[in-house]
Design a protein around this ligand. Structure first.
Ligand SMILES: [Zn+2]
Length: 163
């Protein structure tokens, strides 16, 4: 991708701005000008509205990458996942802040903006979204004891320690 095109696309890369069909309510990311769900009836023309994705979702499937793509050499192994967003679109992205062994299908994640890669000798740094876990990995339970007491009230009942 050219640098000029990258910067043109940067706003939506940063804020996960998609589009939503005001006829059938389907959400798209990247945004679309017309809705494929409605095109047979031409209902969606001029009915697409900007829509902000929350970035919240869960891992639908994932793969641990050991052979890096160009520019990702320093990051292997890393996890590449399909993330089902709350609003509907499925996004592809790297999962960070968790070890590959701890990633699982159904893991709650949220989009976070990170350095993606550096390009060429000029060192152009690309940023974009990656996904970080929203919940604590199961193999690292919150510490029990005085320091943890204040936090337990914030957790759903199923995660609380037995009384
Ligand atoms: Zn539609």
């Amino acid at each position: 991708m050219s640098i000029a095109r990258f910067w043109r696309e940067t706003p939506r890369r940063y804020n996960l701005g998609g589009s939503k069909c005001s006829t059938c309510a389907t959400v798209y990311f990247p945004p679309r000008a017309v809705c494929p769900e409605c095109t047979s009836h031409r209902q969606s023309i001029e009915k697409m509205i900007p829509f902000q994705l929350s970035g919240e979702g869960e891992v639908l499937s994932y793969t641990v990458v050991h052979e890096p793509a160009e520019g990702f050499e320093m990051q292997v192994p890393y996890v590449l996942a399909l993330v089902q967003t709350r609003e509907g679109p499925v996004l592809t992205g790297q999962v960070v802040d968790i070890s590959p062994e701890e990633v699982r299908i159904g893991l709650k994640v949220h989009a976070t903006f990170r350095k993606l890669r550096e390009e060429g000798k000029a060192g152009v740094i690309h940023y974009g979204y990656k996904f970080a876990p929203t919940e604590e990995p199961e193999s690292h339970p919150a510490p029990r004891g005085p320091a943890a007491v204040a936090r337990t009230d914030e957790l759903p009942a199923r995660d609380r320690a037995p009384a």
